[in-house]
Design a protein around this ligand. Structure first.
Ligand SMILES: Nc1nc2c(c(=O)[nH]1)NC1C(S)=C(S)[C@@H](COP(=O)(O)OP(=O)(O)OC[C@H]3O[C@@H](n4cnc5c(=O)[nH]c(N)nc54)[C@H](O)[C@@H]3O)O[C@H]1N2
Ligand SMILES: Nc1nc2c(c(=O)[nH]1)N[C@H]1C(S)=C(S)[C@@H](COP(=O)(O)OP(=O)(O)OC[C@H]3O[C@@H](n4cnc5c(=O)[nH]c(N)nc54)[C@H](O)[C@@H]3O)O[C@H]1N2
Ligand SMILES: [Mo]
Length: 687
């Protein structure tokens, strides 16, 4: 397929998400290719785009696309999906196809900036590095007084050198998660490990049950596979609070009250158990069945239905989806686990998949985020004299910084994160940062987090830096080549830290990038060399297409574990009855939105039946309020959304009038120390 055709595919995809993939069996070691077919019209024939480079997307997104850089006769550049990659299939989403605009934005920081009172003063790199070295040298006397906040904005392995650097110093670090750890550890608790089927195995499913995954926004290539599976006859049931555009890939929809998936799964399990019975042989491969059954026994189907706000007949329907003769695959959104009992939500969904006979079978399985670096050997990021370090929790970072003693936190180094905006309780985070003596933020934009810094160091971004990257969904690892020249003043995280390391006494010497790459590739699941990967761009790991076959699980006894309880949902705070769902945007990743695209009050959506509308004058100013404060918003109506939900597309900056996390209290989930963002409650008011 030539470059012109591929660009056409990309343009076509943007207009019409329901492109027509065609299934083709033999490709790349068992991975099934979906070939995208497009009409070849006149406009396409006229386009002449030349491929000028290959690279990979390194954004925090499951699809990890293999990318091409294309150029036309006039030198205009475009990003397109690699047609030879079995999962990318020649198209990519708006986040990466729009990335060149981000690289060239006039808001990009192009020189180190030092705060002087309330203004930013440009300083030379030499001065900036000297200052960092001086401060680190000073604070390293008590290394735990330095906090390294490592974000995952750029998912390559070389980015991990920052963790080695601060590990050698012995500084404090962050742990827990703003993303998916509750669901991840729920799976580990159940199966003994976190593994998915090869995502192409979805094509073997006769039914797919999607618990909330926003396919068209969060993973356009999963959407393509689901579309293909449907064309082959699979039926898709989606369960979500609605308002998410699932209609284009759903046969049947169950609208659930937010946060209640464990009760919905429990009802379906009850039906399976009481109506059909559970096979004794299957139960022998498990532990904890009696306690689990008892936890559910106290609930009638009517009560479970009323908790979930669904009709009791829905439990039969869901049980039928899982008990149909062909295999049923289960997709689980990160959204399902962003509640106080988020881990338990996922554990009940896993239990339903298991008890209906859909684990360990082609076309079955439950899909949740994998670890994106699982196929790399990251042994090298542990310093030779490794000692456990103090860690602070990301979901409660503000309070944790304030509470840290012996020694208190005095300096912070932030790379790859805008946590002031993205972690709960932004005002508390700002208060905690204000108390520190020296704050460095490495970023390319003046984000809400960078605004709190003493020194902002401008970094290179995706397409401008070489790295190796894996996916948290598919089994390939990619070479991400540098295909764009960075702006004059920007430097990579690796360069910045290796320069500072040389200035320290004793110095902190990082291995070379080549050494980091080669060490990362010495992995039991990969058979490649750096040279081969550079040339071939991507390689499939040897992960099996189907996991837990023969119901062999990864706990020491080889058995599955059921959860022992079913927790009630805590009540909302007084006077704030509505769930605050802060979901992703289609066109950008998290808060990576250009400031020039922001401004004006953010929009929130509610259902036309939203009870709060009765007391609201839509012609007056409207505030979105939580127990933590309020913000001016615009309100729009969205059919299909659960009436008790208030939907917000997250990521806009506080300094531009947005910042949903101003209203979200800090807390941790039942498992994985994750942020239960959607546990938050709000209301809309005129005054
Ligand atoms: N309310 C609410 N908040 C949430 C969630 C939610 O559901 N609700 N979910 C969240 C989820 S899923 C996640 S994963 C997290 C994301 O939280 P973050 O990772 O903090 O998210 P980003 O907004 O992407 O911020 C990354 C920053 O890193 C910068 N950056 C990009 N590349 C590089 C690089 O190579 N080097 C350096 N130094 N910087 C770079 C970007 O410019 C950007 O400013 O937050 C979440 N926050
Ligand atoms: N365009 C874009 N793509 C992204 C990202 C991005 O910022 N932008 N971020 C990436 C990252 S880091 C992540 S973690 C993923 C997240 O990708 P997803 O897991 O797909 O999406 P989220 O928006 O985190 O989760 C919200 C989804 O869960 C559903 N949901 C919310 N509450 C419930 C509930 O109680 N029950 C059920 N059944 N469903 C519920 C919502 O309807 C919504 O569809 O996306 C990745 N891809
Ligand atoms: Mo995430």
């Amino acid at each position: 397929m030539d470059a012109r055709r591929v660009f056409f595919l990309m343009a076509e995809h943007r207009k019409k998400p329901q492109f027509r993939p065609v299934y083709n069996r033999a490709f790349h070691g068992g991975f099934r290719q979906i070939v995208v077919e497009t009409p070849e019209d006149e406009a396409f024939q006229k386009m002449t785009w030349k491929r000028v480079g290959y690279t990979s997307c390194t954004l925090d997104c499951p699809d990890t696309c293999s990318l091409m850089l294309l150029e036309d006769e006039r030198g205009n550049l475009r990003i397109a999906g690699d047609p030879e990659h079995p999962f990318t299939l020649g198209f990519t989403c708006a986040k990466s196809s729009g990335f060149l605009r981000r690289l060239r934005s006039s808001s990009r920081i192009r020189e180190p900036l030092l705060r002087r009172k309330n203004t930013w003063r440009p300083v030379s790199w030499d001065n900036a590095l000297d200052l960092c070295a001086e401060k680190i040298q000073h604070f390293r006397r008590e290394p735990a007084s330095i906090l390294h906040y490592h974000g995952e904005a750029a998912k390559g392995v070389l980015q991990q050198a920052a963790r080695l650097f601060f590990g050698i110093l012995g500084s404090s670090e962050v742990r827990g998660s703003l993303c998916d750890a509750a669901g991840y550890l729920a799976c580990v608790a159940d199966f003994g490990s976190r593994k998915n089927h090869d995502v192409s195995d979805l094509l073997n499913a006769a039914q797919i049950v999607n618990w909330g995954k926003d396919l068209t926004r969060s993973s356009v290539h999963t959407a393509a596979i689901v579309a293909q599976a449907r064309r082959q006859g699979a039926r898709v049931l989606t369960i979500s609070p609605g308002g998410d555009g699932h209609e284009s890939h759903t046969d049947l929809f169950v609208r659930i009250r937010p946060g209640m998936d464990r009760f919905l799964a429990a009802g379906a399990i009850k039906v399976l158990n009481e109506r059909d019975g559970i096979e004794g042989e299957l139960l022998q491969r498990t532990q904890g069945w009696d306690a689990f059954r008892q936890a559910i026994a106290g609930y009638s189907l009517e009560r479970l239905a009323s908790l979930c706000d669904v009709s009791p007949a829905m439990f039969e329907v869901i049980a039928d989806y899982y008990r149909a003769p062909g295999p049923t695959a289960t997709l689980i959104a990160a959204g399902v686990q962003r509640y106080l009992h988020g881990g338990e939500n996922v554990r009940y969904i896993n239990a339903l998949a298991l008890l209906s006979g859909n684990i360990g079978r082609p076309g079955g399985g439950t899909y949740f985020h994998l670890h994106s670096k699982r196929n790399f050997n990251l042994g090298w990021i542990k310093p030779p004299e490794w000692k456990p370090r103090r860690s602070l929790l990301m979901p409660t970072i503000g309070q944790d910084i304030l509470d840290a003693k012996d020694p208190p936190i005095r300096m912070i180094w932030v790379n790859g994160s805008n946590f002031v905006n993205q972690a709960p309780e932004s005002a508390l985070t700002v208060r905690a940062l204000e108390k520190l003596e020296f704050r460095v933020v490495v970023d390319a934009f003046m984000t809400d987090t960078a605004e709190q810094a003493d020194l902002v160091l401008p970094c290179t971004l995706m397409l401008e830096q070489e790295d190796l990257v894996g996916s948290y969904l598919h089994p390939f690892v990619h070479y991400a080549g540098q295909v764009q020249k960075p702006p004059e003043g920007a430097r990579s995280d690796y360069w910045i830290l290796s320069q500072i390391g040389q200035r320290l006494n004793p110095p902190v010497i990082l291995p070379s990038p080549e050494e980091c790459f080669r060490a990362s590739l010495r992995s039991s699941t990969l058979e490649t060399t750096l040279e081969a990967l550079r040339e071939k761009r991507f390689v499939r790991s040897n992960e099996p297409p189907v996991v837990y076959e023969g119901l062999q699980f990864d706990h020491p006894d080889g058995k599955y574990r059921f959860p022992a309880s079913l927790h009630e949902e805590p009540p909302p705070p007084e006077d704030f009855p509505y769930r605050f769902l802060t979901l992703i945007r289609g066109e950008s990743v998290h808060s990576q939105i250009l400031p020039e695209d922001q401004g004006g009050p953010p929009t929130v959506w509610v259902a036309p039946e939203h009870p709060g509308l009765a007391d609201l004058d839509l012609k007056k100013e409207i505030f979105l309020a939580s127990p933590l404060g309020r913000m001016l918003v615009k309100v729009k109506l969205l059919k299909g959304l659960h009436p008790e939900a208030v939907l917000y597309r997250r990521g806009d900056w506080m300094k531009c009038g947005g910042g949903a996390n101003r209203l979200i209290p800090a807390a941790v989930t039942d498992l994985g120390r994750c942020a239960p963002f959607y546990q938050a409650y709000v209301k809309l008011t005129n005054g």
